[in-house]
Design a protein around this ligand. Structure first.
Ligand code: PMP
Length: 380
């Protein structure tokens, strides 16, 4: 195909997506704007916390802008190692390894768990990074219905004698519901399988001292559990972590391509996230506030007749009648200085379009309540 034909085909495809109301758009955000943010993932308001910013600024002066190389070359700074020790201590695992994003942590972790003949059992609502990890690994993957432990057990039972890994999020990113972690672990253990949990939306938000849903389920430090998370949500920074048995973390350093061949996280970000870990551990008050607000959102929005998910952490989703309605709803909120997430297929695990509200301690109670009113008033 000539280049011009290919570009014309891309145009036709974009037109089809536009007709279906599915065009993806970038909305520039000005620093310090006065928008009430229910779209970002800064759950504890740590992205702008003075101690976090100061720690990052000190490291920025000390190390410069970038890591200058991959972790195995010159990119493994003291700031990375200190962060990894702090994360392992907080999460209650042998060791933790920092990647430059949660996406790369997931792809690297899933792939590294795969041995010859491994079966992956992946929840239907899993994040794209887990799905890509399954794909990149080349392993046979069974996708089980969402949060269906019986289906997981059946998939494992159908592969006797084979290594297997059950792959799930803890708090699911689209609807905010919590996976049945204890039952998934018991099922995995019964079949000699491993459990990989992406704790992205729970880290800092739930669990003892905010250590996440894996810790809350009593699974931290179990030899058959591997935890992953992004450092970009409640910790307000960027990067990803894989935490688990020391043997597995050593195996990641030796083999994970998304660790080995990727430039390390900027040291200033590692230092800022380290400060954020220290703060996050102490803020049970903010966590209690997030869960009160999630409950308030559910009550207010349901009272207005909206279809609202039942959140287990700080993610609340509200069904929209369709993709165009979702886009229009989010735009109307934005016009009234309220930012909400707008999720449409294929970024949703089913055909439903949704608004996604992520609740942040950085938003005042008054702003939060006004935002709920705006969402109701703008409903299609
Ligand atoms: N897992 C989940 C559940 C997520 O929501 C995200 C972020 N969107 C990621 C992984 C990827 O993390 P990162 O943005 O750090 O690449």
């Amino acid at each position: 195909m000539a280049v011009a034909d290919w570009l014309a085909a891309l145009d036709r495809r974009a037109a089809l997506r536009a007709k279906a109301g599915l065009t993806r758009r970038l909305h520039p955000r000005a620093a310090g704007d006065d928008v009430v943010d229910l779209a970002g993932n800064d759950y504890l308001g740590l992205a702008t916390h003075p101690e976090v910013v100061a720690a990052a600024a000190r490291a920025l002066s000390a190390y410069g802008l970038g890591a200058t190389g991959s972790r195995l070359v010159r990119g493994s700074t003291d700031a990375h190692h200190a962060l990894e020790d702090a994360l392992a201590g907080w999460l209650g695992t042998d060791r933790a390894l920092v990647f430059s994003s949660g996406y790369l942590a997931n792809v690297g972790a899933v792939r590294a768990l795969v041995r010859p003949r491994t079966l992956l059992v992946s929840d239907a609502h899993n994040h794209a990074s887990l799905i890509d990890g399954c794909r990149v690994s080349g392993a046979e993957t069974v996708v089980t219905p969402h949060a269906d432990v019986t289906a997981v057990a059946a998939a494992l039972a159908a592969a006797p004698g084979r290594p297997a890994v059950v792959v799930t999020e803890s708090v699911f990113s689209v609807d905010g519901d919590l996976a049945p972690l204890a039952r998934l672990h018991a099922t995995a253990r019964e079949h000699g399988a491993l459990l990989l949990v992406d704790d992205a939306h729970a880290l800092g938000v739930t669990g003892p001292a905010g250590a996440g849903a894996v810790a809350a389920a009593g699974l931290a430090g179990e030899p058959d559990v591997v935890l992953t998370a992004t450092l970009s949500k409640a910790l307000g920074g960027a990067g990803g972590v894989v935490a688990g048995p020391a043997e597995f973390v050593r195996h990641l350093v030796e083999t994970a391509r998304t660790f080995i061949y990727d430039t390390a996280l900027p040291p200033a970000v590692a230092a800022g996230v380290h400060a954020a870990v220290g703060l996050a551990r102490t803020r049970d008050d903010l966590r209690a506030d997030l869960s009160r607000r999630a409950a308030l959102a559910v009550r207010r929005l349901r009272a207005a007749g909206l279809d609202v998910s039942t959140p287990d952490a700080a993610v609340v989703s509200v069904t929209a009648p369709g993709p165009e309605a979702a886009t229009g709803w989010a735009a109307a909120c934005r016009d009234r200085a309220v930012a909400v997430g707008c999720f449409r297929p294929p970024s949703t695990p089913d055909s439903r379009s949704r608004l996604r509200l992520t609740i942040s301690a950085g938003v005042s109670q008054a702003e939060f309540e006004r935002a709920l009113e705006v969402i109701v008033e703008c409903a299609p």
